[in-house]
Design a protein around this ligand. Structure first.
Ligand code: MN
Length: 717
């Protein structure tokens, strides 16, 4: 069992004069809260955080990571809380523990190959601080080393997850030894028979070759010495999983895997490495095409080494790697090898590029901001624009950040999308606007009575969902407009004592084409939308005949000097039976604002005009043309409203009233002053307000002004 001193010794080996009290404090705390807990192996639970922290010292990590390693299971498995950890050990440690806890809560089960990459991305996305992932890897490594105590089904599951997710991530971070060890341990549990057979065969094969392995090592050392080069020669068997993979991929038996042993020559300098290469090639014949110079062209994860394969003394292939001590450290520890240089210091210019490989991991980092910023914060927020969630079957789905159940539903199928009624996230019912978090499991609830509506567009983040919702709304609005247009035309025809049904049958196509519509249906839809007037249709029908006056007159809206209204009035903000794309005018006579009771009036050829309910202009209108309208939900639009203020005619009154309006955060579009012979000033304003409540506030604040006699909202009549 690892002891605290092993960890402290480890730290002092790479941070000689560091104050390790943080780690010691974490140890005491962890021992206290885990007291009495045991592992499946029967060992005290504390052995696990100790082993995890020890692995982290082998990665030469900073003190916060090592403390987090000691504490990583406290929040999950004991009464400890994150707040407490933050108070005692600081924000860094608490955040790392939090990240590891969140990762540990997720079970990545039965991942098919295609899913595995997404899952790896999810893990990275959740480990915003790279140290979270490193602690998680150390945790997983120790759990894999003690996996034999787990129940069989759980054992294989964990091993599978390790092979699919964590070993490749260790590889991406360039930590070769963790990757190999995780792979071999997983291999042992997933393919126990193959593993045993391979163990035996490799051992037998190596036994036979033992003499020649030693012979090669000695020969290399001697030759190097002859040339005055000092070196260290290692000959170690390749790890079993990589042999197994090679046999599988190439479909060959073990006898044909020649390079069971990789020789490694560690030199003093890069220059020595090239000299050593020359010596090796003079000793044995190199196999063409197998030489790789990763010293002058390092891999993206900063791996540096010379690789060559030669025909050995007994005619077998031998793989030989030549590198310096420093390069060897990088090969084993990846990003961790550079940690030390960063810790407590400003990263020098030369060192900055050392982290570049993180950006080149894959093409993942397309959206990445300034790389330097990234290095400074050591955050691994590579996927801040994405969110990963599970289907109930455990498949990982990728969505843009902010995605909601609607996006998820449309990703499954359009039908599921257009009947989406809600969703369960981790078993809990959530509203449609709920935004996913990484790692959640999502289940869609559908209902035949549910249909898309315009509000959904506010929640949908994916293009697919938005397009489908718009299509649905468009189709539905078309149907409604057709019905409305047909209805309007029928009435207008009746007024003119014409037979509408007969017209459609006999003259429909002709008139529609004359008005540049493809079909009579399109014409009626346009009439429903208010884009073409029913009177226009009749006029076309009677082309050449003298026009008959309709029976009634539309109210003439008073020409206002406030011309600006017209453009502004066409904004959205009014809903007409859920119809879209209808021309809407707000009545210039009564200037309705949100919050007012309003009615719509279908005008001939100019869409719908919206009036306040008590507007005198609408009272005399044909009730058949009235349509129910409501204000749409809050938007940022503003609406003009007319107000009149009567004051004592005195200097400064206009300014005082204007100030009151501005204080109410409304813009004044227009102001006009008239004075009467009896020294009363009439101030007419057009102000731009969001709604009735805002207007009311403004009116009452004007009322409170001295010398103001009367304040009113102008309505016609
Ligand atoms: Mn653990």
């Amino acid at each position: 069992m690892i002891r605290l001193n092993d960890i402290l010794d480890g730290i002092h080996s790479y941070l000689p004069d560091t104050d390790t009290s943080l780690v010691e404090k974490a140890y005491i705390y962890s021992a206290k809260v885990h007291a009495g807990q045991t592992r499946l192996s029967g060992e005290p639970y504390l052995s696990h955080p100790l082993a995890t922290a020890h692995i982290l010292t082998q990665l030469h990590l900073d003190l916060a990571s090592i403390a987090a390693g000691l504490l990583h299971d406290t929040v999950e498995d004991t009464l400890a809380s994150l707040e407490e950890l933050e108070k005692m050990f600081g924000k860094d440690v608490a955040q790392i523990v939090d990240g590891v806890t969140k990762l540990s809560k997720i079970r990545f089960e039965s991942q098919i190959q295609k899913q595995a990459e997404n899952t790896r991305k999810m893990v990275l996305a959740m480990s915003r601080d790279i140290r979270v992932l490193l602690v998680k890897l150390a945790d997983r490594l120790h759990n894999m080393r003690t996996l034999e105590y787990q129940k069989d089904n759980k054992r294989v599951k964990i091993a599978r997850e390790t092979l699919d997710i964590y070993a490749p991530l260790a590889g991406r971070l360039g930590i070769g030894w963790i990757k190999s060890e995780l792979e071999d341990l997983a291999f042992l549990h997933i393919y126990p028979e193959e593993d045993q057979r391979l163990r035996n065969e490799v051992e037998a094969s190596l036994g036979k070759r033992k003499a020649s392995v030693d012979e090669v090592k000695d020969l290399i050392a001697k030759k190097m010495a002859d040339f005055g080069l000092s070196c260290k020669v290692l000959g170690r068997p390749k790890h079993r999983y990589s042999i197994f993979r090679k046999m599988r991929i190439r479909k060959i038996p073990l006898e044909e895997v020649y390079d069971l042993i990789a020789f490694r020559i560690i030199m003093k300098s890069a220059k020595d490495c090239y000299e050593a290469l020359g010596i090796v090639h003079s000793l044995w014949k190199p196999i063409p095409g197998r030489f790789k110079d990763y010293i002058s062209l390092p891999k993206t994860n900063m791996y540096q080494s010379l690789h060559t394969t030669v025909i050995g003394p007994h005619g077998e292939r031998m793989e030989i790697q030549i590198r310096t001590e420093q390069m060897d450290a990088v090969a084993n520890q990846g990003i961790a090898a550079h940690w030390l240089y960063k810790e407590g210091k400003i990263v020098s210019k030369e060192n900055k590029h050392q982290f570049d490989w993180l950006f080149e991991l894959t093409e993942w980092q397309k959206e990445l901001d300034d790389p330097r910023e990234f290095i400074e914060s050591v955050k691994m927020d590579l996927f801040h624009n994405e969110v990963y969630v599970f289907t109930p079957k455990g498949e990982v789905q990728e969505f843009p950040r902010g995605a909601t159940p609607i996006d998820f539903a449309y990703a499954i199928h359009t039908e599921v999308g257009s009947h989406c009624a809600g969703a369960k996230v981790n078993g809990r019912i959530v509203p449609l606007k709920y935004q996913f978090h990484n790692g959640e499991t999502v289940e869609i609830i559908t209902s035949n009575k549910h249909f898309p509506n315009r509000d959904w567009l506010k929640f949908a983040k994916t293009g697919r969902a938005r397009t489908r919702i718009r299509q649905w709304i468009k189709t539905e609005e078309r149907d409604k407009s057709l019905a409305l247009g047909r209805d309007l035309c029928a009435r207008e025809f009746k007024r003119h004592r014409l037979d509408f049904n007969n017209f459609i049958k006999t003259k429909g196509v002709e008139v529609a084409e004359a008005l540049s519509f493809k079909t009579p249906e399109d014409m009626l839809i346009a009439a429903g939308y208010g884009k073409v007037a029913t009177s226009q249709i009749i006029r076309k029908l009677r082309a050449g005949q003298p026009e008959e006056q309709p029976e009634e007159q539309e109210p003439k809206e008073k020409e206002s000097r406030v011309k600006k209204f017209t453009e502004k009035a066409e904004q959205q903000g009014i809903l007409i039976h859920g119809l879209d794309d209808i021309l809407i005018h707000l009545g210039k006579c009564c200037t309705p604002v949100p919050g007012d009771e309003v009615v719509g009036y279908i005008t001939r050829g100019r869409g719908v005009t919206v009036h306040r309910e008590n507007c005198s202009n609408i009272i005399n209108l044909d009730p058949d043309r009235r349509v129910e309208v409501t204000w749409a939900g809050a938007d940022n639009a503003t609406y003009p409203a007319k107000i009149r203020v009567s004051t004592v005619d005195q200097k400064g009154m206009l300014a005082a009233v204007s100030n009151a309006i501005s204080a109410g955060e409304a813009n004044i579009l227009e102001a006009k002053v008239t004075t009467t012979p009896d020294y009363v000033a009439i101030l007419d304003f057009v102000v731009d307000v969001k709604d009735r409540a805002q207007l009311r506030k403004i009116l009452s604040s004007i009322r409170r002004l001295e010398r103001v006699k009367l304040v009113e909202r102008i309505s016609p009549g």
